[in-house]
Design a protein around this ligand. Structure first.
Ligand code: 2BA
Length: 108
């Protein structure tokens, strides 16, 4: 099976560490979301059928959505003193996961 997971950049290192710890292999691709046009990361994870639930559980655990307070940048003009950075709460995390059957697999 091939699990294709589109995840947020900030979750990737923890996700890869956890996958490697459990003995799964993965390939990390830099990707860009079509809607927001922002960088995200796509992982290709080749796994035996019986490993799928565990991999999905790891993705759920690491990439769960949570709130984060961020301070937006470059709004207004700092020189004119009109820039007042106001922290806003945004939702981060989550993943888009596709699981597909692999017709053949060989390492050459
Ligand atoms: P999510 O639905 O969590 O999607 C996160 C990223 O996962 C997407 O980034 C895209 O890179 C990938 N993705 C999601 N669904 C996919 C699919 N069916 N096929 C291939 N890749 C897929 P973005 O496209 O930049 O979207 C970021 C977030 O913007 C989405 O989060 C969703 O909350 C929102 N969004 C996306 N398209 C939208 C639309 N047409 N209208 C309103 N909101 C949209």
């Amino acid at each position: 099976m091939l699990i294709i997971a589109v995840v947020q950049d900030q979750d990737v290192n923890r996700l890869l560490a956890k996958l490697m710890e459990k003995g799964y292999s993965a390939t990390k691709l830099a990707s860009t979301g079509g809607f927001l046009r922002r960088g995200n990361t796509t992982l290709l994870i080749g796994v035996k059928q019986e490993g799928v639930p565990e991999v999905i559980a790891i993705i759920k655990e690491v990439c769960r959505t949570r709130k984060q307070v961020v301070t937006p940048v470059t709004v207004g003009d700092q020189a004119l003193n009109t820039y007042i950075p106001t922290p806003v709460e945004v939702e981060v995390g989550g993943a888009t996961v596709f699981t597909v059957k692999v017709e053949s697999f060989e390492k050459i």
